[in-house]
Design a protein around this ligand. Structure first.
Ligand code: ADP
Length: 184
């Protein structure tokens, strides 16, 4: 069966769980034989968008470039998984319009939880003033208004979150209906 291109866009605070859920979704899709490509914010900033900073303009440019590549892949029937904080609603919506086949996943955990996890030690640095313009601390995050999926990672397991994303992909017609759940 021919696979259908779609961009699944994970947005949320640092430490909310974007990468973790994205990796679980990626693993599941690959194990089912799908062609998947990943654009991870941290990695993209080391190459495609190297040199860009964290001002609103630079953040928007970062997202625009990620969106450009995601669009090229999506229209060639690749499943694209993007994990990027992408704090500004307008640019997320701009990218959504351009790509068309788009699922927005709001990876939502309260700032206190993200800060307590402090996966990369960045919140500590931001609180100490060693990093400026850190999302959630001294830079804004604009939550999606009506995302296709919302994962509340402080009260839902990784398995639940992963299943929600895959179910949405199915419900919006980007994956075939699971044989096991298909009504005959
Ligand atoms: P981000 O990519 O958003 O910066 P990460 O995925 O790197 O965040 O880190 C999220 C952390 O939260 C990981 O340590 C992960 O194990 C933990 N975590 C706890 N519950 C969940 C969940 N339900 N979904 C995803 N991550 C979770």
């Amino acid at each position: 069966m021919k696979q259908c291109g779609v961009t699944v866009w994970f947005t949320g605070l640092s430490g909310a769980g974007k990468t973790t859920i994205r990796m679980a979704v990626e693993q599941e899709l690959r194990s089912q034989g799908y062609k998947v490509e990943v654009l991870d914010g941290d990695i993209v900033r080391q190459n495609l968008t190297k040199g860009l900073g964290f001002s609103k303009d630079d953040r928007d440019e970062n997202i625009r470039r990620i969106g450009f590549v995601a669009h090229l892949l999506t229209r060639n029937d690749v499943i694209v998984l993007v994990s990027a904080i992408s704090p500004y609603r307008t640019i997320r919506d701009e990218v959504r319009q351009k790509i068309g086949n788009f699922i927005e996943v709001y990876v939502n955990a309260p700032l206190e939880v993200c800060e307590q996890r402090d996966v990369k030690g960045l919140y500590k640095k931001a609180r100490a003033g060693e990093i400026k313009q850190f999302t959630g601390i001294d830079d804004p995050y604009e939550p999606p208004i009506s995302p296709e999926v919302e994962c509340k990672t402080d009260r839902e397991t990784l398995e639940d979150c992963t299943a929600q994303v895959l179910t949405a992909m199915r419900n919006f017609g980007y994956l075939p209906t699971n044989l096991a759940t298909r009504k005959i």
